[in-house]
Design a protein around this ligand. Structure first.
Ligand code: ZN
Length: 668
């Protein structure tokens, strides 16, 4: 474990809280210490209150903050004396504890103090650091964990058997330390949970953490626990359609569209292919707090010899069905009759031959589950080498999963955005209508794959929720590859906005250049057919799948001089109508938008605009609002309509053509 303390950097911070921020971030940078909001830190300091009297406060990490990015505002200031008094109560339920901690704050707008605030308060040192360090937890998650920890650290640490975090943990440590000499201790090891270190300076507390964890890492190495896995063959062919099947089944059982993160890294595949994986992966999580993200155990999809596409659906359905049954039994075994059961679907899957799959309602959540799994599978194998991976009994995990503080959150969940968990693909996405569609879909919660021939597409949008990829849509292989990569990225496909287009030069039929004609047909028509062909197998497994085709006002009301464009767009509209007929039986909706005079797109250069205006004998300004309503149509307007068509408003509509043109007599 690298000691990241830098004397010069630290010297820039001249007060207790700023130094607390500095060293908290050092801990947060190291995923082997804290993962996604895990761990917490504090500092005790004296401030003057409104009456000018000194007051002792504990600045403790607020919930919802991450150590890697924490700022001073992420620490909640709580009256130290009150926290130290709370621990003397014979009992206190955690909801009341959270309320009392909030009452004791001196800054009402601060976040809720960590549930481990009382424990921080009773440790008699200025700085306190707490992590869920992988190496330490790995050693404790074995059959002889406690003995090994004692052998490793001797009397330098206090060893605390596992109890629930919150008041019970603070009370346990309080009682264990009544007659202890704190100056002899460098830290506290919470079995199956993590490490506390402390010191009079930020540096001392931080360096003790690094020291204790480094010793655990060396111990694992010396004990031969750090061993490479046997190599595994690459993922099976047909992997992506299998993934889309799995994501569909999980989304159905969740009752929500889900993102599926497929991990086919060597480590993931090697773990998934272990002969004993079904046993190893289902003994429990690395630390109990992970249960909130991962559930107690993953879905294990048993490999079937000669697994074929035909029976794949059955294999997945059976595995998920069994998982749900087992989860419901687990809930029934432990509930007190008053708890609200969580959705019984798995949060991740171990899939021999395919890898590991993590699920989430957002890309961020699925990636967090994936990160946790990455750390968990390493710990499992190291603990196995130490004589046997052993997680906490299921009752302890259940108590964390159904903690009163977590149950309370169930009733305060906000309404998710329209496209949360949905996966969309947009072509022609680097500018104009395509770009506006990507932005609108993303804003409404979708994960989007944005394709464009222009290289700027790879940097135009922010990963990981929008994934930009260069693709020449007239190149069938490139298109197939791009659609596959969308599925690989997010697990499936629900929405396709077929938008890529080109506006050829104005030429009468008599003077049309053959290249103009062929290019227009290739981009404006044939590429859409290739796209549909590539997407249909995945859309069949989509959640309320929808295709939106960007047509043109030229279809119902063509003009002279643009036959190459009008004919291609008319063909495209006919393609969409046939698609609506063919795909309805799979629940896939296909609708067409006919925009007119959208001038903020790449095809409308000032020259083209000028030429068309002149052609109709108008000024550019008049030409732009040349419609019944006298309004200008923007890419954003078209994107809004495309989102409505892809969303629940059009859930029962297919095969329609909707104009967005400000009203046109010839169309009406
Ligand atoms: Zn903890």
């Amino acid at each position: 474990m690298q000691n990241r303390w830098n004397e010069f950097d630290a010297s820039q911070f001249d007060n207790d809280l700023l130094l607390r921020v500095y060293s908290s971030r050092l801990l947060g940078q190291e995923p082997d210490l804290v993962l996604h909001g895990g761990g917490n830190t504090s500092v005790k300091t004296t401030v003057l209150n409104i009456f000018g009297e000194p007051e002792e406060l504990l600045y403790v990490k607020g919930s919802g903050w991450d150590l890697a990015t924490i700022e001073t505002g992420g620490f909640a200031p709580v009256k130290l004396g009150i926290l130290q008094r709370l621990v003397t109560l014979p009992q206190l339920n955690d909801s009341e504890m959270v309320r009392q901690q909030r009452i004791a704050m001196t800054q009402p707008s601060a976040p809720n103090p960590s549930v481990e605030a009382i424990l921080h308060a009773i440790i008699p040192f200025k700085y306190v650091d707490h992590t869920h360090a992988d190496a330490v937890v790995t050693v404790t998650n074995t059959q002889t964990g406690e003995t090994r920890i004692r052998e490793l650290y001797g009397q330098r640490v206090l060893i605390v058997p596992y109890v629930m975090p919150g008041f019970i943990l603070a009370k346990t440590v309080y009682e264990m330390t009544q007659s202890i000499d704190w100056s002899q201790l460098e830290g506290i090891i919470l079995l199956n949970h993590g490490v506390f270190t402390f010191g009079e300076t930020a540096k001392n507390s931080y360096e003790r953490m690094i020291q204790l964890v480094t010793e655990a890492e060396h111990y694992l190495f010396q004990q031969g626990a750090v061993v490479p896995l046997p190599s595994a063959p690459p993922p099976r062919p047909g992997n992506l359609i299998a993934l889309a099947h799995l994501r569909h089944t999980i989304s159905q059982t969740q009752g929500l569209p889900m993102i599926a993160n497929l991990d086919t890294s060597a480590t993931a595949l090697q773990f998934a292919n272990l002969p004993c994986v079904a046993d190893l992966a289902t003994r429990g999580p690395l630390t109990p707090d992970h249960v909130l993200r991962t559930k107690r155990v993953p879905l294990v999809i048993t490999a079937v010899e000669g697994e074929r596409e035909g029976n794949l659906e059955e294999v997945i359905k059976t595995a998920v069905h069994q998982y749900i049954q087992t989860y419901c039994n687990y809930f029934a075994r432990h509930t007190d009759g008053h708890l609200t059961p969580l959705n019984p679907s798995p949060c991740w899957a171990v899939w021999p031959g395919h890898g590991l799959v993590s699920f989430g309602t957002t890309v961020k959540d699925a990636n967090i589950v994936s990160d946790i799994n990455d750390h968990t599978i390493r710990a499992i194998q190291q603990a196995e080498a130490l004589g046997g991976w052993q997680a906490l009994p299921e009752k302890d995990i259940f108590d964390m999963e159904y903690w009163e503080l977590e149950q309370a959150k169930l009733h305060t969940s906000p309404t998710p955005p329209t496209f949360q968990g949905k996966i969309a693909l947009v072509t022609g996405a680097a500018s104009g209508i395509g770009r506006a569609c990507v932005e609108a879909l993303h804003k409404q919660g979708a994960a989007v794959v944005a394709l464009d021939i222009h290289p700027s597409i790879t940097t135009l949008f922010k990963p990981p929720t929008v994934f930009g990829q260069v693709c020449d849509v007239t190149h069938r292989q490139q298109l197939l590859h791009a659609v596959d990569s969308a599925v690989r990225q997010f697990g499936g496909l629900d929405i396709v906005i077929s938008n890529a287009g080109t506006f050829p030069p104005s030429e009468t039929i008599a003077e049309t250049n053959p290249t103009t004609w062929e290019t227009s047909l290739a981009v404006n028509l044939s590429s859409h057919q290739s796209l549909l062909q590539s997407c249909i197998p995945y859309l069949k497994l989509g959640m309320d799948p929808a295709i939106v085709i960007i047509g043109s006002k030229n279809v119902p009301a063509p003009g002279p001089g643009v036959s190459a464009y009008s004919v291609a767009k008319a063909g495209l509209t006919q393609l969409a109508r046939v698609a609506a007929l063919e795909l309805a039986k799979f629940g896939i909706r296909v609708n067409v938008i006919h925009p007119n005079a959208v001038f903020d797109t790449a095809i409308w250069t000032p020259e083209v605009l000028e030429k068309r205006a002149t052609h109709y004998g108008m000024t550019v300004a008049d030409y732009k609002t040349n419609n019944l309503l006298k309004v200008e149509i923007t890419s954003k307007d078209v994107a809004t309509l495309a989102c409505v068509m892809a969303g629940p408003v059009f859930a029962k509509t297919t095969g329609v053509q909707v104009a967005i043109d400000g009203g046109n007599e010839r169309v009406i």
